[in-house]
Design a protein around this ligand. Structure first.
Ligand code: NAG
Ligand code: NAG
Ligand code: NAG
Ligand code: NAG
Ligand code: NAG
Ligand code: NAG
Length: 390
């Protein structure tokens, strides 16, 4: 017995270090085997759904009892425990957990960790040997939309990826995480979910990952799109799409390998968000740049206005900072200016614009290319030709 354990250990070590050596054991043939995924639950003819587990409220419990929904986080449950709570899962899918939790079980707030998870998801779902039908990621709700948008622009092989979370801890009178998790898995396993981009399953709603944002800080119906509507709903906890698949016009898919070659690897270029208001201090833009930012997104007033600070912005642009101006309004665009020196974000909101700017910089875009990226289609729509500095 001891001998066979050593043989297996040697085999695993060989697999990790190419080139492969054949020891009479069967070849590694699937992504699941290559990545060491353990399939739980359902029988082997059911869809395989990867569970990317990052922690957040869906993992959190409270020592203050069942009424607490603001002070929790002292207790944790694992992805495996969430799965074990729900006997219906195994009748519909096979599930394998992949942990991406940070040490404090808070959530994917670290660009490096989330990018590592993105590379893993891409490998698992999109490589030639993939035997996996879809994925869900569990996430803290505060940055659920950031990861949705990032995955949407980087992992595009048609397989469903669904974001889920919870607004209430599992110790609560009415934990919403079990239903959101189940619905997310059903959505990821549904063949009609293919080619729809990343989606978020929350509170019986199917929301497009490109447009989703957190609209309420504590209510279980916390998420909604800033443009477009929901894609569908859950009925008896099963997904029903009332729209055919479509993708946002403004969606630009980035190449994960190219982005990963940026010196910021394993993270992404530093991009800060500044919030404009009366008395906006343009020196903040220069400060961000001297603090290492390669880009800044400004949440502008109304349709992308900046009350003050033009000189500082111009000076930062000259020194190579990339600037995108969005809107601090919850809905509506920040439309292109006649003679752009920086980008206006269009209908892409500030939090999402930060990620798109990070990916643009990591892809080697200069300011003009970034302007074209954000403004291209919208500039045509408002009959303004691409005419920088003319
Ligand atoms: C394993 O893969 C190698 C190279 O792809 C092939 O030559 C060999 O026949 C395979 N072995 C088995 C048992 O499938
Ligand atoms: C496995 O699942 C399939 C699909 O739901 C079903 O048809 C089959 O009867 C199941 N097999 C077993 C052994 O439960
Ligand atoms: C799972 O499926 C089996 C066979 O159809 C059924 O007997 C069982 O009640 C189901 N379990 C749940 C939790 O629905
Ligand atoms: C994920 O992390 C939990 C908590 O540390 C652990 O119990 C579980 O075995 C891990 N799962 C995998 C697949 O590594
Ligand atoms: C991301 O992966 C790289 C190796 O590819 C590793 O060096 C780094 O520590 C990881 N970062 C995080 C935050 O997990
Ligand atoms: C952007 O385009 C304008 C007009 O074509 C040009 O003058 C300027 O040098 C370009 N800037 C960069 C950074 O390429």
């Amino acid at each position: 017995m001891l001998f066979s354990k050593i043989t297996i250990a040697a085999f695993i070590a060989t697999v990790n270090a190419a080139p492969p050596v054949h020891l009479g054991l069967r070849n590694v043939t699937t992504a699941s085997e290559r990545l060491g995924l353990q399939w739980l639950g359902g029988n082997s003819s059911l869809p395989k759904i990867l569970v990317l587990y990052t922690g957040g409220t869906i993992a959190g419990g409270s020592i203050y009892g069942a009424l607490d929904d603001t002070q929790y986080g002292q207790l944790q449950i694992t992805g495996e425990q969430i799965i074990a709570r729900n006997p219906y899962l195994a009748n519909h899918t096979q599930l394998a957990v992949s942990n991406w939790t940070s040490e404090d079980f808070s959530t994917g707030t670290d660009d490096g960790l989330v990018m590592n998870m993105t590379r893993f998801a891409h490998d698992a779902l999109c490589s030639q040997d993939s035997d996996i039908d879809g994925a869900i990621y569990t996430h803290g709700t505060n940055s659920l939309e950031e990861t949705a948008f990032l995955l949407d622009l980087l992992v595009n092989c048609g397989k469903p990826i669904v974001g889920v979370g919870a607004m209430r801890p599992w110790t609560h009178l009415s934990f919403d995480g079990d239903a959101n998790f189940f619905q997310g898995v059903m959505l990821a396993a549904n063949p009609d979910s293919r080619n729809r981009g990343v989606m978020v399953a929350f509170n019986n709603r199917i929301i497009p990952g490109f447009w989703v944002t957190k609209l309420h800080s504590t209510n279980p119906n916390a998420f909604g799109p800033t443009a477009l509507g929901d894609l569908g709903a859950f009925v008896n906890n099963m997904p029903y799409f009332y729209n055919t698949p479509s993708q946002p016009i403004a969606k630009h898919e980035f190449d994960l390998q190219t982005v990963s070659n940026d010196p910021s690897f394993p993270a992404l270029p530093k991009v800060d968000i500044l919030y404009a208001a009366r008395g906006f201090d343009g020196k903040l833009v220069l400060d961000a740049q001297s603090n290492g930012a390669r880009g800044v997104v400004i949440a502008g007033t109304g349709n992308g206005g900046i009350p003050s600070g033009e000189d500082e912005i111009a000076s930062a642009l000259e020194k190579g900072l990339q600037v995108v101006v969005g809107t601090r309004s919850p809905f509506g665009p920040s439309t292109p200016s006649r003679r752009p020196t920086f980008a206006k974000s269009g209908f892409i909101h500030v939090i999402q614009s930060r990620i798109m700017l990070q990916l643009a910089i990591a892809s080697g875009f200069d300011m003009n290319q970034t302007i074209a990226l954000f403004e291209g289609g919208l500039r045509k729509a408002i009959l303004q030709p691409w005419s920088p500095e003319t």
